[in-house]
Design a protein around this ligand. Sequence first.
Ligand SMILES: Nc1ncnc2c1ncn2[C@@H]1O[C@H](COP(=O)(O)OP(=O)(O)O)[C@@H](O)[C@H]1O
Ligand SMILES: [Mg+2]
Length: 284
Amino acid sequence: MEGQAKGLLKLINEKGIHRNTKFLAIASGKGGVGKTNFAVNLAYILANDFDKKVLLIDADMGMANVHILVNVNTKKTLKDILNGERIEDIIFTTRNFDVLPGFSGIDAINEIDDSAVYKLVQNLNDISENYDFVLIDTSAGIDNKVISFIRASSKTYVLTTPEPTAIMDAYALIKSMKKLYDYSNFKIVVNMVKNEDEGIETFERLRSSIKKFLDIDVQLAGVIPLTKNLQKTVKKKQIISEVYPSDKFVLHLKKIAASEVGEPAPEIKEGFWDRVVSFLRKEG
Ligand SMILES: Nc1ncnc2c1ncn2[C@@H]1O[C@H](COP(=O)(O)OP(=O)(O)O)[C@@H](O)[C@H]1O
Ligand SMILES: [Mg+2]
């Protein structure tokens, strides 16, 4: 009897049923602040330095470009699931992490019938169970359906740079999410800083406005320095974490990854994908 119970437990663990998947969205108010590079490198580091199973979803509808940064040619995207493709045939693996390449025009999700929505969610639901982390790279701003991914995520990294416009837009995103959806699970990343002080000052400006006007206590996830190596590697379609593992960009990202891994897993009551779809429907 005991042997049987042990066998069952082993089976359950092997199937990953008890895996507590973390869903992390990566967002910003302003475009071009480094979201996709952050997402790709966080995926790389979690997979290669921390031995985590990672799925990176490219949800930047309209400008899906994760596959370009990792230099993988892909013809099939998330959308093809609706045309009967198996999700396993769409996801590709690169550098020990998986990528679900994006497509343009998520508006189409409102036009598909219930059984197709159910199929999509079921597919994503089944597949998500296999991962420790599901990272979702979104597009800038709030004027799109991608907000549904943020709302469903247990945490959202909001990226800004020290530029006043980027700070204002980050504030606007957080304000909208709070006012419209009462969502406040944000962590701030200040990217492209010249030095630590500039990062802290930028965060402090954002933090104090968020506290004063929205009464949310946001935390700093980390600051990431400006580095020439990133531009170099992007041009060559290389991943900086792979090519320059001791670049300051990579070291700062490793710190963020380490604290992410050390944190207790968040409780997710409802299924992530069910929430995404119910939010999409409400807005459609
Ligand atoms: N820390 C950094 N140092 C130097 N350049 C950066 C840094 N972060 C981002 N960049 C530059 O910004 C560009 C846009 O980054 P990307 O990740 O595509 O932004 P987003 O996804 O927010 O639009 C990159 O191609 C890169 O050249
Ligand atoms: Mg991007």
